[in-house]
Design a protein around this ligand. Structure first.
Ligand SMILES: Cc1cc2c(cc1C)N(C[C@H](O)[C@H](O)[C@H](O)COP(=O)(O)O)c1[nH]c(=O)[nH]c(=O)c1N2
Length: 246
């Protein structure tokens, strides 16, 4: 049945294209500047994310100075060297060959934060699970990431930092949580698969195997066969062609 609220087919295709063709970009940044109007649009997209109790706990700390980027890169390098030692031997070698940031290459860096006290101690929807504010800031990150993909801009999330070191490098007070440190810029190309998948680090899991029915751990026992089959078909199509089948 026609749904009068649905987007047109072309609009839906564009939304799914942004979702499936979004990539975490580390190594393909170009030095070309990001225009202010593009930057404004993706920041506005972030600001329209859902947030618990409409708390809007985010701030956006824009970094363009090479001095500040270098400071952030230095603390990344320290944490990354520590990280390499944490993996078992067979993974350590792959790890050390991975490029896990584009801090100095990307013309724009952006730290999205969460102010956990933004709207006072009692927040609608956060009364029982206090971490909901953190999840709200993550929603802002994802909105920005998808909008950037639609704009043709690459985004890479860097999280290999000691949290306090990142706060100090950016002058962020310690009660403000740095949620995401993002590298943003034009790119030479977008890869068609996650880099970690390509590198053989981990495969994409079959979504049908992650779906339970009614109770945790209860897989499809036959009555959801059509849904399970559709999920497997879509996953294969997206994996092969990056789009849903027509
Ligand atoms: C919370 C969080 C934190 C990080 C990431 C993502 C998220 C959601 N990712 C990117 C991550 O590796 C990537 O999203 C997956 O490998 C899937 O690839 P695509 O994003 O689909 O290209 C990431 N990538 C990287 O190179 N260095 C990093 O420190 C991080 N940290």
């Amino acid at each position: 049945m026609e749904n009068q609220h649905a987007f047109s087919e072309a609009e839906r295709a564009a939304v799914y294209r942004a979702i499936f063709n979004r990539r975490d970009v580390r190594g393909q940044f170009l030095p070309d500047p990001v225009a202010d109007d593009q930057l404004a649009r993706i920041l506005m997209a972030a600001h329209h994310a859902p947030s618990v109790g409409f708390m809007q706990p985010w701030n956006f700390l824009l970094v363009r100075s090479s001095t500040v980027k270098q400071r952030v890169h230095d603390i990344f390098a320290q944490a990354n060297a520590e990280a390499a030692t944490m993996f078992p031997d067979e993974k350590r070698e792959i790890y050390s060959q991975l490029k896990l940031q584009g801090i100095l290459d990307a013309p724009v860096n952006l730290c999205i934060t969460c102010d956990r006290s933004r709207s006072g101690p009692v927040v609608i929807g956060r009364t029982h699970i206090p971490t909901m504010d953190l999840y709200s800031s993550v929603c802002a990150v994802q909105n920005l990431w998808l909008a950037a993909r639609a704009e043709g801009l690459g985004v890479g999330w860097v999280s290999i930092f000691h949290e306090k070191a990142l706060q100090d490098a950016l002058g962020i007070p310690h009660h403000i949580v740095p949620i995401a440190y993002l590298c943003i810029g034009h790119v030479s190309h977008f890869k068609d698969q996650p880099e970690l998948e390509k590198a053989g680090w981990l495969p994409r899991l079959p979504v049908a195997d992650l779906l339970w029915h009614e109770q945790w751990g209860a897989a499809d026992s036959g009555e959801n066969e059509a849904l399970t089959a559709k999920l497997r078909e879509l996953q294969q199509a997206v994996q092969e062609r990056g789009i849903y089948p027509a």
